[in-house]
Design a binder for this molecule. Structure first.
Ligand SMILES: Cc1cc2nc3c(=O)[nH]c(=O)nc-3n(C[C@H](O)[C@H](O)[C@H](O)COP(=O)(O)OP(=O)(O)OC[C@H]3O[C@@H](n4cnc5c(N)ncnc54)[C@H](O)[C@@H]3O)c2cc1C
Length: 410
């Protein structure tokens, strides 16, 4: 039975508001504390919400809000830089469609959903310390204020402070060797892609793009860059210069629309998203009354297409565990239910990154083998990833001292 009535959630990004909504559904009152003084409108590039992410959003009645701001992706078409068709991966049947969303719109949709339902989100509250006792947990903020509750949830992203507070030896994010760019275009100059996202493994960089029926659209590029570089360092180079670099990079991929998209991009619209990073494994997910969720616990690279979806799933699963078990058992049960799945997806994202940054020999092998490999990526084989569904009604129980659950995995 639960012993949790109140929670402090650190981080008001994607996982934070969803965790607050899910905890509310579990009967636990949560307040979100966000470091930034303002909201994160206008920041970030494109990302996908996979069918499994939408299933988890439905548990907290937030799927409709996200569907409204998303563009359906009915299939992913993989091409080489020579324009050769490598494979097409259709949306799994009987599942919600995959959505292409801009991080700023996703953030705003979840933020509004939470605030409209009475969740408190306090800005300018940067967590710097935690005091954990037998009876509760106290968060210490940079402005000298504190807050208390039964538990603290670290939803503070890839560079989580909570993660290092519960384990000073926690790993740091790993550079994938790629940096990411993107832009939205009011007029792409290209015909509609018919709901399909095209993924081009160019000779020297990777391009994804989708064009809507009205000719508007968006693109993202993953550019190999061996040296680690922070987003701040990447943004010191002007957008004009980056666009020149990207055009030079795709100069030989003239059988793809890369150059059209780049030429149509106004430098003011270029999003320098920054380095693509991941966290292969985070050894400690919880300590005492403190637990991690989202990128703080498991950060796949954006190549997985699952970062936000996994963060949403974990937020819902954590709340379900806390609904049914005292916090210690709940945290252990949550980790047991989540860790194998998220680490498998993190590893898959890292493999995709290696394909995107392939050298000349790797590129030839990739283009030869990918069509064969993709034949096995049938909807049935992908159902472990996309068909995942958290059964909110199922009780999480402990048997033989280990948390168990009636959760359905497909
Ligand atoms: C501004 C921004 C832009 C992004 N753009 C993209 C993108 O273009 N493409 C992509 O794939 N992913 C992007 N991401 C990452 C993406 O949102 C996450 O990978 C994923 O959705 C998981 O979300 P999360 O809530 O775990 O982490 P995040 O979305 O990173 O949210 C973490 C939140 O915690 C806050 N925070 C951090 N430290 C503290 C602290 N000490 N105290 C209080 N609050 C703290 C942060 O300000 C942030 O709001 C972006 C993240 C951010 C913050």
């Amino acid at each position: 039975m639960t012993d949790t009535r109140t929670a402090l959630i650190i981080g008001g990004g994607i996982a934070g508001p969803v965790a607050a909504l899910a905890l509310r559904r579990a009967g636990i009152d949560a307040t979100v504390y966000e470091a930034h003084a303002g909201t994160a409108d206008g920041v970030g590039g494109a990302l996908s919400i996979a069918p499994n992410g939408r299933n988890a959003l439905a548990v907290v009645d937030a799927d409709e809000a996200v569907r409204r701001i998303g563009v359906p992706m009915t299939a992913m078409v993989l091409q080489s830089g020579t324009g050769r068709h490598l494979a097409e991966l259709g949306s799994p049947p009987d599942l919600p469609e995959m959505l292409l969303v801009w991080r700023t719109d996703l953030y705003r949709a979840l933020y509004t959903e939470a605030v409209d339902r009475g969740i408190r989100i306090e800005h300018g509250r940067r967590l710097v310390g935690v005091t954990d006792t037998d009876t509760g947990v106290t968060a210490h903020f940079a402005d000298g204020t504190t807050a208390e509750a039964d538990i603290l949830v670290g939803a503070d992203g890839l560079r989580s402070t909570v993660r290092t507070l519960i384990d000073p030896a926690a790993p740091q994010p790993r550079h994938s060797g790629l940096i990411s760019f993107g832009a939205r275009l009011a007029d792409s100059g290209l015909p509609s892609t018919g709901g399909r996202m095209f993924m081009v493994f160019g000779r020297r960089a990777f391009l994804g793009y989708q064009v809507l029926d009205d000719g508007s659209g968006g693109w993202f590029v993953n550019l190999p860059h061996r040296e680690p570089m922070t987003a701040g360092q990447a943004r010191q180079t002007s957008a004009v210069r980056w666009l020149e670099v990207l055009r030079e990079t795709f100069a030989d991929d003239d059988r793809t629309p890369a150059l059209t998209l780049l030429r149509r991009t106004d430098p003011a619209e270029l999003l320098v998203v920054g380095p693509m990073e991941d966290l292969p494994t985070v050894p400690t997910w919880h300590r005492g009354r403190v637990v991690l969720v989202g990128d703080a616990a498991h950060a796949p690279s954006s190549s997985s297409g699952q970062g936000a979806s996994l963060a949403i799933e974990s937020a819902v699963e954590l709340a379900r565990c806390l609904r049914d078990l005292p916090h210690r058992e709940a945290f252990a049960g949550y980790e047991r239910l989540r860790r194998p799945r998220v680490e498998k997806i993190v590893a898959a994202g890292a493999r995709t990154n290696r394909n995107k940054a392939a050298g000349p020999v790797g590129r030839v092998l990739r283009d030869l083998l990918m069509p064969l490999f993709m034949r096995f990526a049938t909807p049935e084989r992908m159902s472990w990833q996309f068909g995942y569904r958290i059964d909110w009604e199922a009780r999480v129980t402990t048997a033989h001292g280990l948390p168990t659950s009636e959760v359905r995995l497909t």
